[in-house]
Design a protein around this ligand. Structure first.
Ligand code: SF4
Length: 355
């Protein structure tokens, strides 16, 4: 049975360490002197709070965990998207400080040698440091994407190819090349940063505070779980079924055990929504809602294109426990609403089922 480990909170460092400890990752690294490549998402020059790039605490948590267990051959690798300067992304995201603090090298894959790899789609040019690593750790952000609907573990691997190949991926329509790359660049372990991913753009700007991270060995399975959290069906994300068909991982979550390391917590410091998120949540009454719960609702509101909000007032949060509510209740705290989507927290998919 496959396992996905899930943890809630706001401290990326301690959440990462908890995930690694629970999954006993040291036992699946082939040897003590293994070259371990950490691949965050540093898509462009930005801070994690905008919902686009991996939190530096994730990389710090990985390095700390690995070093304490005698693994010292660790490097961070990334190539920002076409037109962005990877070095600037490295500095702005806070990743440079982490690498300096731990004495870990960072490699800009735009400058790396490449190797042409046969894939089920066509030969693809891949950066050598990522391809040759003994143990590849994929550290994506779960977020929306204007073309592929979602981006997470599989699409993050696009940062392991040179710019010329990235352009070709777009000419090829993304679906097939992303699936093919996943089939040959299997990450050995993936940790998804879903603390604050963007609602619908990979470059960020509409962050949704989710305060969740999850991890496992099967990148396809983790992306399928990401779809469920975001209220997307697998067929919405074309590269996922294809990647499974080409042997990159298992699509079905039926035989996947979701192991929760803690429960979602009341987010009293939830930031005031802005921009698109503020517009989406205009009929939402929030009282001590956990971030994971609120994020599911925001994604469902976004995907329903106004239909959910048209149904009436929406209530969410622990402050509504035991109260009769005239409208839609989200989560078991609001079970006394006219209609309630149970769960703690419910997924966006479960909320959308209401329609
Ligand atoms: S149902 Fe209540 S306790 Fe559960 S995640 Fe939602 S707000 Fe938190």
């Amino acid at each position: 049975m496959k396992k996905i480990y899930e943890v809630f909170g706001t401290d990326a460092f301690s959440m990462t360490v908890s995930l690694l400890e629970s999954a006993e990752v040291e036992k699946i690294i082939p040897k003590k002197d293994a070259v371990i490549a950490l691949k965050p998402n540093l898509i462009h020059d930005d801070i994690p709070e905008n919902g686009a790039v991996t939190h530096p605490g994730v990389v710090a948590g990985c390095v700390d965990y690995l070093k304490k267990r005698g693994f010292h051959n660790i490097e961070v690798v990334e190539s920002s998207w076409v037109g962005a300067n990877t070095q600037r992304s490295f500095v702005r995201s806070g990743m440079k400080k982490v690498c300096e603090d731990y004495g870990i090298p960072f490699y800009d894959l735009k400058k790396d040698a490449t190797v042409v790899v046969e894939t089920p789609f066509r030969p693809i040019r891949v950066c050598k440091r990522a391809y040759d690593a003994d143990f590849l750790m994929d550290l994506p952000v779960l977020k929306g994407h204007c073309q592929t609907r979602m981006t997470c573990a599989l699409k993050n691997l696009k940062g392991c190819i040179p710019d010329q190949e990235k352009r070709q991926f777009h000419s090829d329509g993304l679906t097939k090349p992303i699936a093919a790359l996943a089939a040959v660049l299997h990450p050995d372990f993936t940790i998804v940063d879903s603390i604050c991913g963007d609602l619908n753009f990979e470059e960020g700007g509409n962050p949704v505070q989710t305060n969740r991270m999850y991890a496992g060995c099967d990148a396809v399975n983790l992306d399928a779980y990401g779809c469920r959290l975001m209220g997307l069906s697998i067929s919405d994300v074309g590269y996922l079924p294809l990647a499974a068909q080409w042997g990159a991982g298992e699509l079905s979550l039926e035989d996947t055990e979701i192991i929760r390391l803690n429960e979602p917590v009341d987010s009293r410091e939830y930031p005031k929504p802005t921009g698109k998120v503020a517009a989406l949540t205009r009929r939402v009454h929030q009282n001590q809602a956990c971030s994971a719960c609120y994020a599911s609702l925001v994604r469902a509101l976004y995907l329903s294109q106004g239909k959910l909000a048209d149904r009436g007032d929406i209530f969410i949060g622990q402050g509504f426990k035991g109260k009769a509510l005239d409208g839609i209740g989200i989560g078991r705290c609001c079970e006394n609403a006219t209609v309630c989507v149970k769960g703690c927290p419910p997924t966006a998919e479960e909320i959308l089922n209401l329609l």
